[in-house]
Ligand binder design. Structure first.
Ligand SMILES: [Zn+2]
Length: 182
């Protein structure tokens, strides 16, 4: 799922399941929404910086072309992505590993309980949703880097016709119900 959708669904779910808690714990909610975006931010930022620095080599004149090149090779030319930028392809498996997620949550717990809990919610929900929506090259590898064992989802969202249209319609309806018909 795209990054804004991860954030929007996380907030909607928090509002539906714990409205009072959400209203009185702004810091917790904001942190969890940041964590909901983090797996993909960590995945894409190094690749985008690398492409920007080497944009002459790949004939990418504008920053917009850097961005669309990154999206295109990541979604549509995964063999080439794996062969030409193996380090970038691997980052995704690290940031979407359940094993590393749990380890990091435990580490965070020794600093702050609430932050660790908000990490569990935001980051955890992102990884959980991704399991169902990737059945291609980016199928979830929950035990990475210890094992390449993969869980194949039902669909791959960016290869599913009209996925974003349905997704955003559903989000729109959900938010309408949350804020209009309270
Ligand atoms: Zn993701």
């Amino acid at each position: 799922m795209d990054l804004p959708s991860h954030v929007l669904w996380t907030y909607a779910l928090e509002r539906v399941t714990a409205p009072n808690f959400v209203n009185s714990n702004l810091e917790f909610v904001l942190a969890s929404l940041f964590f909901a975006a983090l797996p993909d931010l960590l995945e894409s930022t190094p690749f985008l910086i690398y492409l920007t620095l080497h944009r002459k080599k790949y004939n990418l004149k504008k920053l917009v072309s850097v961005y669309s090149f990154a999206i295109d090779i990541n979604h549509n030319r995964q063999n080439e992505y794996d062969a030409s930028f193996p380090w970038a392809a691997k980052i995704s498996f690290y940031t979407h590993s359940f094993l590393l997620f749990i380890l990091f949550a435990l580490l965070l717990r020794s600093f702050s309980h609430w932050l660790s809990f908000s990490f569990l919610i935001g980051y955890g929900l992102h990884l959980f949703i991704d399991v169902f929506l990737h059945k291609d090259y980016f199928a979830s590898k929950p035990l990475y880097p210890l094992s390449n064992f993969s869980i194949y989802g039902f669909i791959t969202w960016y290869k599913t016709k009209n996925f974003s249209k349905y997704n955003y319609s559903l989000l729109f309806l959900t938010y309408l119900m949350l804020f209009w018909f309270r």
